[in-house]
Each structure stands twice: as C-alpha cells, then as structure tokens.
Design a protein around this ligand. Sequence first.
Ligand code: NAD
Length: 500
Amino acid sequence: MTTPTIQEAVAEIRPDGRPYIDGEHVDPASDRTFDDRTPITGEAVAEVAAGGPEDVDRAVAAARSAFEDGRWRDLAPRARGQALVRLADLLVEHGDELALLTTLDMGKPIRYSSKVDLVQAEISYRWYGEAADKLYDAISPTGPDALGLITREPVGVVGAITPWNFPLMIDAWKLAPALVAGNSVVLKPAEQSPLVALRVAELATEAGIPPGVLNVVPGFGEDAGEALALHGDVDAITFTGSTPVGKLLLQYAGRSNMKRVSLETGGKTPNIVFADAPDLDFALSAIGFSIFWNTGEMCVAGSRLLVQREILDAAIDKAKELAAAWRPGNPLDPKTKAGPVVDAEQLDRVLGYVDTGVAEGAELVAGGRRILEETGGFYVEPTVFSEVRNDMTIAQEEIFGPVLAIIPFDDEDEALRIANDTRYGLSAAVWTGDLARAHRMARRLRAGTVWINNFDQADITAPFGGFKESGFGGKDKGIHALDKYTNVKTTWINLGRGGR
Ligand code: NAD
C-alpha cells in the first residue's frame, strides 16, 4: 500500500463541516468558520463551522422536540437497539473513511485508527444495541399492600462534550449508552477533531435513528461548549477532557439549571514495576506501549514509571531503547507506529514541560526535541527523564505527550506513597509475582482502574472512570454507564383496601 498525500487523502473524504441538526447538515447561524488543520503537515483539511450559542439553541430545541414527542424514547428498546446495531454495521462498512478522518484530524497512525478506534467504537454501538432488550427494572420489597415499581427513564437531552485523542471511540462510549436509554443528544466534538463526529451523525440517520435524536455542533469549547453546558434545557452533560474544563462544567451547572454532570478527566498513571515481576522483560517492554503509544496523548498514559531500585538501570536502558523504537513518522503510512502531537499548541506545551523537567533537575536521557519540522507537522521525539522526584512538575502535571518520568522506590510502602501522591486517580499498573502484594496494592491504590501484570487491558464490559480529580459522576463502558443517562423513578401503587 502506498502512502497517500494529504491532498489525495482529503479527496477521499469530502467532509461537510457544518452543524448536523435534526437529521441534516444546516448552515450555521453565523459565517464564522475555522480551518481544521491536520497535525501531519499543518495543512487545512476542511473548513468547519465555529458553532456558537445560536447553533446550540437550535440543536437543543431539535433534541428537545425529538425527546418530548417520543419518536425515539417511546420505541420498544429492541427497536432502539437494532438501530444502534445498524450503526455499528455502517461503521464497519465505512471503516476506511472513518479511520482516515480520524488520522487526518488528530494525527493517529492509520493502523490504529482502524484497528483500535474504529473497532472499539463499533463494539460500543453493537454492545449497547444488543443490550437494549436485556435490561429489567425492579420492584421494591414492600409489604402486601403496595407495589413499588423502580423504573429507569432517560434523563432527556444530554449534552456530550468530547476530546480529540480518541474521537470515534470516546464519542461511541458516550453516544451508545445515552441513545440506547432513549435520550436525545447534542454532541460538541473537540475543535481539533470534529470531522468524524459529523460523519457518524450522518450514518446514525442512515441507520434509522430519527432526526433530532443525535445532533452535532462543531466549534470551540469557550463558545459552543460553554453554551451547551450553560443551557437551561439540557438535562445532563457527559464530558471527557481535561480537569480544568471539568471544573468549569461543574460551575456552569451550578450557574444554570443544576444539570447532572459526569466527568472523565485527566490522569498521571503510575506504572509500578517490582523486581519480582513474573516476566520482567515483558513488564519493561510494556513501557513503550504505556507512554509512547498514541504519542502519549492518553488519559491513562503511564507517564510515571515507578521502578524498584535494584532494576532501575535496566529500566532506564529499556526506556531509552523503546524511545528510539517509537520514533514518529507519517501517520498515513500503514507501517507507522507513532504520529505527531495534535497541534502547534500541544507541541509547545510538551516542549515546555521538557524544559521545566531539565530546569528542575531531572536528567533528560532520551529525546526532548521537535523533529520532522520540514514536514510542517508537529512531531516530538519520545522523551525519557530519569532522576525524577515525585514533587517535580513533570511528575505532577498531565503532559499529554510522549514524556516519561522514571522514579525509583525501595519497597512497597514507598511505591504506594509515591503512586497516590497525585491529584489524579484514573488508573495504575502493578507488575509483581507476589499475589498478596498485588492485592494489597490494588486495594490501596486510589485509582478507578488497577491493572495487575498488564497495562491498559480493557473491554466494553468493564466500567472505566477515575477517582479524585480524574472525574466522577458515573462511569463510561459496561452496564454501569447507563446510570449516567437514566433517572431512577419510584412509582408507589396502593394495593390496600383502605389507603392513606
Ligand atoms: P479539553 O478539556 O481541552 O477539551 C475537551 C472538550 O471540552 C473539547 O470538546 C473542548 O472544546 C471542550 N471545552 C473546552 N473548554 C470548554 C469550556 N469552557 N466549556 C465547555 N467545553 C469546553 O481536553 P482535550 O485537550 O480535548 O483532551 C485532553 C484531555 O482529555 C486530557 O486531560 C485527558 O486526560 C482527558 N481525557 C480523559 C479521558 C478519561 O476517560 N478520563 C479520556 C481521554 C482524554
């Protein structure tokens, strides 16, 4: 397979960057647009509407009427489920195009856009679609004179605000459970990666999801995002993104209609390797995947490598070797394993953290520079710091790039103390052959997911979400995700002959 140029790739996709409202693309309220630039070369690949409050109003109104007239929520659950399964099928049918949109927009290597993002999105729509008619409500154990029905109902209009690092997949983790529960949705995708969401909305209509049930308003966070989160007719916000924006969303809810907010936010995952790891070579080789995959632009990135002191030198050597192996290249080349960071701002941010690491006394042992500048794209060398203390900025702040901080420890208590000494609590990994230690660590680590002797293994059946400033308000994935998109109602029926 030859690697297409950007122009050839863009010719394949012909994106429509206008809002998608009530089952079709519509002209935005204002003529403000922005150039959607690919991080591969910095070239513009589409002109996208910079949606604002009026577009959000229109999308929320469409979502509200679709909800109130019952065109979706009053369908039998099986019918809603079948539409989601059809959407999953359409994702497969249009897989090449959706993968290309993802890669052009945010720079992920094409092999992962199709083998990971696309596949995981498809699984999400299919899994929730298939679950639709397998969920039961409950009856409370009252006495004989009453029937207490405990039912779940959709919350109404859900506003989804999503990031750019896995646009197809994370949107699917929000949309599939929200839709299967009978809600209407207004999605505001990240400004760095709006194209794939707009295309999925078209496919949703083709799959039989009625107009108005899924609407997409592209635009910037401080315009379209804020307008959605402040909207008085939005019943819930489901968010994945940074912790500072998550905190703003809580304020917006308080300032408006106290809408429900669920947050999946940042992370600073400790990847903890004990000298007794059952397969030390495997544990150390997982460093590459944990921090350099997806260019480190992962909420769960294993950005802090905690290593028991007796294997510290081996870990540093391995990290250096893996940094060289994960050197980025053109993401449109199917052989490429690592791409650019998402945009010029992110490039500056990552390089700024490299400077801070050096200034605070950490030792830069690999990478740290911009490369492939002649392409116009935003490529950074995979970077490794040793001699890191956990109170340094690079060990505390989420860098969201391919930058690893190696921190030594002597024993289990110290490993645990360092691991938990962070405001984040998204995930943690522990590599050890001692079963009791593995369980002790898993219990005491303050993180929403703990991986034992693996990094980032996951499945749609297992809920995902963080503790502490990594978020709260419900989980993505699994049946647990439905809690975010449903209200529990009690209906009390008097069966007694008298009654109060
Ligand atoms: P971001 O917070 O900058 O943006 C996320 C979304 O919020 C975008 O759609 C953006 O337009 C919108 N937004 C920005 N400002 C807003 C405002 N004032 N009001 C309303 N919406 C606003 O995050 P990002 O840079 O797109 O993504 C990276 C972040 O996402 C990282 O912190 C990462 O850890 C996090 N993330 C978390 C998870 C998780 O599941 N916990 C998964 C992936 C990414």
